[in-house]
Write a protein that binds this ligand. Structure first.
Ligand code: RP5
Length: 171
């Protein structure tokens, strides 16, 4: 989108990471970190559903033509962003509930997960784990048509398994 800043890496982004506020970055940076680790061309920016609805629609409407294959959308509170983006594009939307000040993200979770039938938003755990897992799901989706990426994802799992196997308890 041309109107506001998209922080993108050099190649054409295939995954878009959007969030309702810069205050969501603490959580959403964990999605971006995973995308970076796997070398996925991506972009990250603030797109607020209630404070910049026109820009939100513009982002969603142009997403597919720009080459985005998945959109990771994080928001807190009455978290409309993932659902409203999903309403305007057929690019898969992966929703991340960001912890909120008063209800600790249970509001965000229910806002995102309870989409009415017909417009899906794949919804993840509240907070850091959800952000990281949304990125891993986006990668798994891309890996269905990219064998090199699939191998990287398998290696990531093997490494994780080894870390668990090596765990020692302080007995
Ligand atoms: C939502 O409101 C954002 O996603 C954020 O989680 C929450 C608070 O936003 P700020 O007041 O910190 O900008 O739109």
């Amino acid at each position: 989108m041309s109107d506001h800043n998209a922080q993108a890496n050099a190649q054409t982004p295939v995954v878009g990471v959007v969030m309702g506020s810069s205050s969501d970055w603490d959580v959403m940076q964990h999605a971006v970190a995973i995308l970076k680790e796997f070398g996925i061309p991506h972009e990250a920016q603030v797109v607020s559903a209630h404070r910049m609805p026109d820009q939100m629609f513009d982002y969603a409407e142009k997403a597919r033509a720009r080459g985005l294959r998945a959109i990771i959308a994080g928001a807190g509170g009455a978290a409309h962003l993932p659902g409203m983006i999903a309403a305007k594009t057929i690019v898969p939307v992966l929703g991340v509930p960001v912890p909120s000040k008063y209800l600790r993200g249970e509001d965000s979770l229910l806002s995102i997960v309870q989409m009415p039938k017909g417009i899906p938003v794949a919804t993840y755990a509240i907070g850091e784990a959800g952000a990281a897992n949304a990125a891993l799901s986006a990668i798994a989706m891309l890996a269905t048509t990219d064998e090199a990426l699939a191998a990287k994802l398998e290696a990531f799992r093997v490494k994780q398994t080894q870390v668990a196997l090596d765990m020692k308890l302080p007995l």
